[in-house]
Ligand binder design. Structure first.
Ligand code: ZN
Length: 323
């Protein structure tokens, strides 16, 4: 079983350059530099884009002074890293049009720009832009919901070029969170794949099972526990296939292929409304007829299912571009 390659949200070309984050005046220096590129992100995770020559989209990155003379106090500015040619990138969170603050925040961007979210945009971006936006959305999500110290409740200040927050009272330091989640293609001894329909999803949407890793739990145990809880199937061997950040708001998806040792399905009726085993022929027919809608191309779920399909069939699922 081979590793999953070219996951859309796992791409990057920019060096995160962690060493420079500790320089006290780094952000002020970068803001004064016209060559610095600023990635603006709204609270909903969308960013301004332009059409790219030759197809696709490119992030509309601008010079700092095109955004504001100086960043507003206490507003997150994050150093994302630099490209091989030395170009430095920073990310800032700017308000929605309708969410204009009292004049103390960022000026509202001029109209006419097209803003798009990562989920729909990712397939259209090149590797550099995909990496920049995933990194920016992930760390800005953390800043937005962690303004205070978890120990004493006091306000925290942004430090390390946007990569830590320090308590103003007790001095404790806090780091951006990433929550590990497992996602798995469960395959039975007859080489059928298990796909499930979540009660919250549009009708017909089937995908791989997934769930958060609990404290003190190894990944393999999380895979077995989630599958047992959600569909009542017992899993034996678990093989790791690859990972992809999923900053909606803070997950890291860890993809597995899991071998079932039982076939009987008993759905939990809480999260999972239906689950089915599919042979390759059954899945191809259900996708072609429109009975089953597979998850979007940005997801690791689709890549796990496609990989299982391709392994034996030697061809792509109907309607899929191949990777
Ligand atoms: Zn504190």
């Amino acid at each position: 079983m081979t590793p999953l390659r070219s996951l859309l949200l796992s791409r990057s070309t920019v060096d995160r350059d962690g060493e420079r984050r500790t320089r006290p005046d780094l952000l002020a220096e970068l803001w004064a530099e016209d060559a610095t590129r600023v990635l603006r992100v709204r609270p909903d995770g969308s960013a301004p884009v332009r059409a790219r020559d030759g197809g696709g989209s490119t992030l509309d990155l601008v010079a700092p002074r095109a955004v504001a003379p100086a960043p507003p106090e206490d507003s997150p500015v994050v150093y994302l890293g630099r490209e091989e040619d030395g170009t430095a990138h920073v990310a800032v969170e700017v308000p929605d049009d309708q969410d204009v603050a009292d004049g103390a925040g960022w000026p509202v961007a001029p109209g006419g720009e097209q803003w798009q979210g990562l989920r729909t945009l990712a397939p259209d971006l090149d590797d550099r832009d995909a990496g920049l936006l995933v990194e920016a959305v992930g760390v800005l999500n953390w800043h937005r919901v962690h303004p205070c110290c978890p120990r004493c409740g006091a306000r925290t200040s942004i430090t390390s070029a946007g990569w830590t927050r320090a308590c103003r009272v007790d001095g404790s330091e806090h780091y951006p969170r990433t929550d590990p989640a497992v996602i798995m293609a469960v395959v039975d001894p007859d080489d059928r794949v298990l796909l499930a329909h979540n009660a919250m999803w549009p009708e017909g949407r089937y995908s791989a099972l997934a769930g958060f890793v609990e404290p003190g739990e190894p990944l393999e145990a999380a895979v077995r526990r989630e599958v047992l809880e959600e569909v009542g199937v017992v899993v034996g061997d678990v093989v790791y296939r690859g990972s992809q950040p999923w900053p909606f708001p803070a997950s890291l998806m860890l993809g597995f292929t899991a071998s079932a040792t039982t076939s009987e399905i008993r759905v939990d009726d809480v999260e999972i409304a239906a689950a089915r085993w599919f042979s390759r022929a059954e899945l191809a027919a259900a996708v072609t007829s429109g009975e089953v809608l597979l998850p979007p191309p940005t997801s690791i779920a689709l890549r796990l299912v496609e990989s299982w399909y391709r392994e034996e069939a030697g061809e792509e699922l109907p309607g899929r571009p191949g990777w």
